[in-house]
Design a protein around this ligand. Structure first.
Ligand code: NAD
Length: 462
């Protein structure tokens, strides 16, 4: 690992990743490789957790394709230096900022979207002019092997290299000196990554998880609300960081909402969800056991079927859930939908304010002004009003968490910025010198600065 990192650093310091045409060439090559190897990639994901080919293309590859295209189109604009105003005490001078790449970067991916969540940060890293060491999740071993086989044979290892492995290999990687670490995964492992990065003073971006609440108000458009929540929950069978985790519905419409969500699940998955192409499996038996353990059979009002040998759990709604229930103690990350009720919105908001910030807050209501106010008041990485999940695919806006759900953001330009250092450069001419800087005139400067004239002058001066 030391050798690999040293050789990437050498390549970076030699300037091979800096030119914009070269970065575009790397991105184009990545695009073409993905396209050529779509069959291999989709098959790998099927072997990992039975995700169907079309679903894989839609939610694992289409976003990276889009990210590459946007980066290629916008790269020149993103990397342009920007002029900044210069304050009076620095006059005459010119100030600008330039985006410079960090250098050797480490991208650690999770298993739930093994390609998309490894590729999108990698694309931002390359666009910004860095080299990349990618460590995909060991839980989706076929996807990890496919990326290693494709990238390690087609790219110079000085630019991109996939290191396969689990905790042991990641721990070893984290002992090395990187110039930037981008981690996607659980909050618990996020802490480990950040601790290791602190040893080397390496900047980190953490894209973590959390419990995303959905507030359903009594004035919402009920059928559409149910349809969107059901679709969002079934996306990747609930194994998405932006998945609606649990619902707070107004007591008066609870029964109707549960019935409608049930109907919508049926519409999406058919009468035999196990055969539905929409539902990939739990990634392994350990995760199956974890999710299955969250089900309280007394509270199940829909679903509840399981088959451990196939890692299958049916989409399941649980009613009458309370904050004390086990399912409310951790991120669900599976096809279970716990339903809680509220009667007083202010009380609910006070409770939410005290909980760890989720990655997303969802609100369904027609009172848009109220929804926007709640979005301002409750901490969360992002938010959606009257929809779920879809904000993730808007590349024109930053995506990221806050507090327990992470730090830093990416996608499109935000990703480019995340992998760049904004360097301020001030340039001064030699023909003018501010004599007040030096002693003994410095005393005069201080006297003016502290005087009444000075006080009113300070706003212009700084
Ligand atoms: P995870 O934290 O278990 O694993 C993520 C990565 O960390 C893997 O590559 C794994 O090999 C490595 N890892 C695991 N244990 C480690 C350790 N002790 N030391 C060093 N490295 C270790 O996460 P996961 O199960 O792959 O993914 C699910 C979690 O990720 C969920 O919490 C989900 O919400 C979150 N997630 C967040 C986002 C986001 O964009 N914010 C996206 C997807 C998933």
């Amino acid at each position: 690992m030391k050798e690999l990192i040293a050789s990437q650093r050498e390549y970076f310091l030699a300037g091979h990743t800096r030119s914009i045409p070269q970065r575009k060439k790397n991105l184009r090559k990545l695009h073409d490789l993905l396209l050529e190897n779509e069959a291999v990639l989709t098959e790998a994901i099927y072997k990992d957790f039975k995700k169907q080919e079309m679903v894989t293309v839609e939610n694992e590859l289409s976003i990276p394709y889009g990210e590459i295209n946007v980066a290629i189109r916008q790269l020149k604009r993103w990397s342009r230096s920007r002029w900044r105003l210069t304050n009076l005490s620095n006059f005459p001078a010119r100030t600008r900022t330039i985006a410079v790449p960090y250098g050797v970067t480490l991208v650690i991916g999770p298993w739930n979207y093994p390609f998309m969540l490894s590729l999108v940060p990698m694309i931002s890293a390359l666009a910004a002019g860095n080299t990349v060491i990618l460590k995909p999740s060991e839980l989706t071993k076929h996807a990890s092997a496919a990326m290693a086989a494709i990238f390690n044979t087609n790219f110079s290892k000085q630019l991109i290299h996939v290191v396969e492995g689990g905790v042991e290999e990641t721990t070893e990687l984290l002992k090395q000196k990187f110039d930037k670490i981008f981690f996607t995964g659980s909050t618990e492992v996020g802490r480990i990554v950040m601790r290791a990065a602190a040893e080397q003073l390496t900047p980190v971006t953490l894209e973590l998880g959390g419990k995303n609440p959905v507030i359903v108000m009594p004035d919402c458009k009920l059928k559409r609300t149910a349809q969107r929540i059901a679709w969002g929950k079934l996306h990747n069978n609930g194994q998405a960081c932006v998945s609606p985790d649990h619902i707070y519905v107004h007591e008066s419409i609870k029964e109707q909402l549960i019935q409608e969500i049930g109907k919508q699940i049926n519409r999406i998955c058919g009468s035999n969800p196990k055969e539905s192409p929409m539902l990939p499996r739990m990634v392994n038996e350990r995760n199956f056991d974890r999710v299955a353990g969250l089900i309280d059979p007394d509270k199940v009002v829909l679903g509840g079927e399981m088959d451990r040998s196939d890692c299958y759990i049916e989409p399941t709604i649980m009613d009458g859930v309370t904050p004390e229930d086990r399912i409310m103690q951790e991120e669900v990350f599976g096809p279970l939908l716990p339903v809680l009720t509220y009667t007083n919105l202010d009380e609910l908001l006070e409770t939410l304010k005290l909980q760890p910030a989720p990655l997303v807050l969802y609100i369904f209501t027609r009172k848009l002004r109220l929804a926007r106010r709640i979005m301002k008041e409750i901490a969360s990485g992002g938010g959606m009003i009257n929809e779920v999940v879809m904000h993730f695919i808007n590349m024109n806006a930053p995506f990221g968490g806050v507090g327990a759900s992470g730090m830093g953001s990416y996608h499109g330009r935000a990703g480019f910025n995340d992998f760049s250092h904004q360097k301020t450069i001030m340039q001064k001419p030699m023909w003018f010198e501010l004599f007040l800087k030096y002693p003994p005139q410095f005393r005069i400067y201080l006297r003016i600065y502290r005087s009444v004239i000075g006080r009113s002058f300070r706003n212009f001066w700084h």
